[in-house]
Design a binder for this molecule. Structure first.
Ligand code: AMP
Ligand code: MG
Length: 398
């Protein structure tokens, strides 16, 4: 019998770090940078204007005000992208656009709103201090510095920064390829007629989505009946280019436990974890392919993925943080729990709430309760009752 904590470490150890590949920026969202990115250019790469307006010497307009404007001849016009910028002669202004290079000799920008916008001569209605509206070379990034250290999670701002320093491809750990296989002779695909005694298959959709949510690539294998040969055949076809196989169902103590029957003696150990739901679990390597076998009840499968597989995949991707955020809150109702296992109840805890409201009971089939919750209430091993008003630990799911 493993504790949930121990089992989590077992699953993490099963999934090695994913290979580092070079990917175009557009395909890096959510992935983790595997090596430092050093800026090949400074940002800004040259002194430039932060405003549409006029480049001036501050001293030339020091006396300007609305009552006593100063008029200067406009000696040049500098759009963004211009490269042949001439120096600013004393007593003149250059019309300049945002992002255009600052002419040598200019030390301030007068924004166009404080002028008459003239193109031959410009009337300036306010004094400006030296340096106003000038963006200096390197004030954001100095060339040669590390702008994105290895281990950075690539959200939109980080991808934008990589592009801004001229990098088109990034070294990242590639997404894990996960095979998802549901088992059970009672299962029917959603959208099809439901014969008596059957249920709609939901685990593969949920698990594949959970893989994709963290940047993985899920391949859902057509779910198989409780038939060992068909189970093996379904896997054999896809095993070669997968990083992990996740199955659901067929691992508990009954008869017709297809996953157990097919994988026992083939590198997979079937074990019990001291938790509820999700006690029966299995893991190992089948011909080198890491395999995690989850119990079939939808909430058990979902929680097992959440607690064991998700952190393992995030770790393999190189994520610095693989845990969900936690919080503490007061239980809004009394809950009971088995003594010898950690129990995960589903709950609702919204921003600003002091309490957490349990959603539904402990049953592992209560998928609608799970879908209505946004956190897990963790009742530790050894605790058999949480009284209403007592503080509990939460794992925040979104
Ligand atoms: P098992 O672990 O195969 O005994 O399944 C436990 C319970 O979960 C049974 O009630 C199954 O019908 C249900 N179940 C198993 N797999 C799925 C699935 N893929 N989708 C929905 N329910 C499932
Ligand atoms: Mg089954």
């Amino acid at each position: 019998m493993f504790t949930a904590q121990e089992y989590r470490a077992e699953v993490a150890a099963l999934v090695p770090p994913l290979p580092v590949v070079s990917r175009p920026l557009a395909r890096c969202l959510g992935l983790v940078l595997a090596e430092d990115v050093t800026a090949g250019v400074s940002l800004p790469p040259f002194d430039n204007s932060a405003m549409d307006g006029y480049a001036v010497r501050a001293a030339d307009v020091a006396a300007a005000s609305a009552e006593h404007p100063v008029t200067l001849p406009v000696a040049d016009d500098i759009p963004a992208g211009r490269v042949d910028v001439r120096p600013l002669a004393p007593g003149t202004a250059h019309r300049i656009m945002t992002g255009a290079p600052l002419p040598p000799g200019a030390d301030a920008i007068v924004q166009v709103e404080l002028t008459d916008g003239g193109t031959e001569n410009v009337r300036i209605d306010a004094a400006v201090r030296q340096g106003l509206h000038i963006r200096r070379l390197g004030e954001d990034v100095a060339e040669g510095t590390v702008v994105l250290p290895a281990g950075t999670v690539l959200h939109p701002p980080q991808l934008g920064l990589a592009a801004a320093v001229g990098v088109g491809d990034l070294p990242v750990r590639r997404p894990p390829r996960v095979l998802v296989l549901s088992t059970g002779s009672e299962l029917v695909a959603p959208g099809e007629p439901l014969p008596p005694g059957h249920i709609y298959e939901s685990n593969s959709v949920l698990l594949a989505a959970a893989v994709e949510e963290i940047g993985g690539e899920a391949t859902v294998l057509r779910f198989v009946p409780d038939d060992v040969e068909r189970f093996r055949a379904a896997i054999a076809e896809h095993a070669a280019d997968a990083d992990l196989l996740v199955t659901s169902g067929g691992v508990s103590a009954g008869a017709y436990e297809v996953v157990k029957d097919a994988l026992t003696g083939h590198g997979v150990d079937f074990v019990r974890v001291a938790m509820q739901p999700g006690g029966p679990q299995g893991l190992g390597r089948m011909d080198g392919l890491p395999v995690v076998t989850l119990p079939g009840n939808p909430v058990s499968a979902a929680l097992s993925f959440e607690l064991f597989v998700r952190p393992a995949l995030l770790g393999a991707l190189g994520h610095p943080v693989v845990d969900r955020p936690r919080a503490r809150a007061k239980a809004a109702a009394t809950m009971t729990s088995p003594a010898n296992r950690v129990q995960y109840r589903r709950g609702r805890h919204d921003e600003g709430m002091v309490e957490v409201v349990p959603v539904g009971g402990p049953g592992s089939h209560l998928l609608a309760s799970f879908a209505a919750s946004n956190c897990l209430i963790e009742i530790p091993e050894g605790v058999v009752e949480i009284l209403a008003g007592a503080e509990v630990d939460l794992i925040l799911l979104d």
